[in-house]
Design a protein around this ligand. Structure first.
Ligand code: SAM
Length: 261
């Protein structure tokens, strides 16, 4: 398996983000479960099942900010289990080598590790992909784009590396619409998550950062517009404006998709 360690120029925010994920890499999966009561698993399942990888034959996927490979593994499983597709491949790209190492370890225990063609790991920056244009059928980014300095740069790169007709898909924490739910969620995220970070990972600051990054992320409609501005068509059958997105749990998270035109 190709396990690249290409270094990329970093801004200070990227260095910070890298440090955050360095310090949480080994606890990352545990923390995810604890913080979301395991719900992130269901959201990821929903995300991948909406994309139906393998439905129209084997495809080439790029999972950006792929971390420990949660989405990659689901894509491969979905294609295999639903369409007997064992040819679909995923390249997992992340800025943080510690996260990739955890993912690599994990894939070594699965049936996919035998073929470097099926899954590979690349260290790289979502804002400046060192990958050829018009290469992928599916670009996924789950809980990663809010950590990036420039969302437009990420979208521009996604558009560049996708084939015409290829799909961009993003799963991200989002904005809760209902005011009562929103209050409960704010209280939860601003007190409980950093507390869990302290208890489970002895790292309050990193989790504080994660909560703040969620707060700063643009609301669904604005993000949908950014996707269109990058050259994608968002007219799916989702309920969000312009068919751009689907809310999960009233907007705690949302799924946005776009097709490269
Ligand atoms: N997609 C995985 C999942 O859903 O479990 C991981 C999500 S994790 C919350 C966010 C990931 O984004 C981290 O692994 C981090 O290293 C990565 N990341 C942050 N900034 C990045 C960037 N500019 N380019 C690529 N990856 C980045």
């Amino acid at each position: 398996t190709h396990f690249g360690f290409r270094t990329v120029p970093e801004t200070s925010k990227e260095t910070l983000v890298k440090d955050v994920f360095n310090s949480v890499a080994s606890k990352y999966d545990l923390m995810n479960d604890a913080m979301s009561f395991g719900v992130h698993r269901l959201w990821k399942d929903t995300f991948v099942s909406l994309l139906k990888p393998g439905k129209s034959g084997a495809i080439r996927c790029l999972d950006v900010a792929g971390g420990t490979g949660d989405i990659a593994l689901r894509i491969l499983d979905y294609a295999k289990d639903n369409y007997a597709d064992r040819e679909t491949s995923v390249e997992v790209l992340d800025i943080n080598s510690e996260m990739l190492k955890e993912g690599y370890k994990r894939f070594k225990k699965t049936m996919y590790h035998k073929s470097a063609r099926i899954v590979s790991f690349i260290e790289g920056n979502a804002q400046k992909l060192e990958l050829p244009p018009s290469t992928y059928d599916l670009y996924t980014i789950a809980f990663g784009i809010r950590n990036c300095t420039s969302i437009p740069d990420v979208l521009k790169e996604a558009h560049r590396v996708l084939k015409p007709g290829g799909t961009f898909a993003c799963l991200e924490f989002s904005k809760v619409d209902n005011p009562i739910l929103a209050t409960i969620y704010e209280n939860y995220s601003f007190s409980i998550i950093p507390l869990l970070g302290t208890i489970l990972a002895s790292d309050r600051a990193s989790y504080q950062y994660l909560v703040e990054s969620i707060r700063r992320f643009p609301p669904q409609s604005q993000f949908g517009q950014m996707i269109r501005d990058a050259g994608f068509e968002t007219g799916g059958d989702f309920e969000g404006e312009g068919g751009a997105w689907r809310d999960l749990w009233g907007g705690v998270a949302s799924i946005h998709t776009g097709v490269k035109i």
